[in-house]
Design a protein around this ligand. Structure first.
Ligand SMILES: [Zn+2]
Ligand SMILES: [Zn+2]
Length: 285
């Protein structure tokens, strides 16, 4: 599920505001339909007991009349525990006093197929409990020995000179704490945040790696973050701190052949050495 598929429902001026569907009296209608089904089964029971009889076709669920579908403005749609979503109502719900404007409400994202195109539609479930947004996550154990190298680079033609501290430090509780802090401040790829909040079987794998901007060649060390769950792994994407374009990870083997981000001359790899795993600037904090 991509969050981008929700852009359809976003307010063009205030993108944090979305329109969600609320079906009035849905529970009452479902009960009426269940009663109808039960009566139907009761009626056809004698037929079912006879042999060689075609099984009767169950009646369709009644379609929701258009006037029962309400479009309600919500804001702050966010992932919540147990695979759910939550948001804040910007309007009171018609026909019920359970939820009013300003209340938190449970949202489900349902896939609706229309003319063979799938749409994800937010639905308001005013009777469901609103789940919390706690995160349960562990640092994944590195499957290789930690490999920490500092690459000292300089440019033969201009003033560019930089040392890139890469790798990770065993379980690295320091970096894990730092990453959790960034998650709390909302500085994490939304695709990763959804699973962190909605599931409780997630692990984070991380390592300092060098990234290069595909557009302006800026070099930056990023905490390469991967979400690991029993069924998938997913890497966070990073954008350039200078121009905003997408960055690509520079593989260790390619670091020696990088060009200068300032003047594009091939950089010199001055030294390549082990380091402690915690940058000195961070120890002082
Ligand atoms: Zn850039
Ligand atoms: Zn240069």
């Amino acid at each position: 599920m991509s969050l981008r598929s929700l852009d359809l429902y976003r307010d063009p001026i205030f993108p944090a505001i979305l329109t969600a569907c609320f079906i009035r009296d849905e529970v009452r209608k479902e009960k009426a339909y269940d009663a109808e089904l039960a009566a139907f089964v009761e009626r056809v029971k004698p037929l079912l007991e006879m042999e060689n009889e075609e099984p009767p076709v169950l009646p369709d669920a009644p379609a929701v009349p258009d006037e029962d579908i309400n479009f309600i403005k919500i804001k702050d749609l966010s992932p919540a525990n147990n695979g759910s979503w939550r948001a804040v109502l910007l309007e009171s719900l018609p026909g019920t006093r359970v939820k009013r404007k300003g209340d938190d409400v449970s949202i489900s994202l349902e896939t609706v197929t229309l003319d063979e195109v799938e749409y994800v539609v937010p639905f308001i479930n005013h009777l469901l409990p609103v789940e919390g947004t706690d995160i349960t996550v562990e640092a994944s154990k590195p499957f290789r020995l930690p490999w920490r190298l500092a690459y000292e680079m300089d440019c033969p033609d201009c003033d560019f000179k930089e040392t890139f501290y890469l790798g990770r430090h065993g379980e690295d509780s320091y970096m894990f704490k730092e990453i959790l802090g960034e998650i709390r401040q909302g500085k994490v790829d939304p695709a990763i945040l959804i699973d962190l909040v909605q599931r409780d079987d997630t692990e984070l794998d991380f390592s300092r790696e060098l990234y290069r901007c595909r557009n302006c060649s800026t070099l930056a060390v990023m905490k390469r973050l991967r979400l690991v769950t029993p069924d998938k792994t997913f890497s966070a994407a990073y954008n350039c701190p200078v121009c905003g374009e997408r960055m690509s990870q520079v593989k260790r083997g390619h670091i020696a052949s990088l060009d200068c981000p300032d003047c594009r001359k091939p950089l010199n790899l001055v030294s390549e050495k082990q380091w402690s795993g915690v940058p000195e600037t961070e120890i002082i904090e």
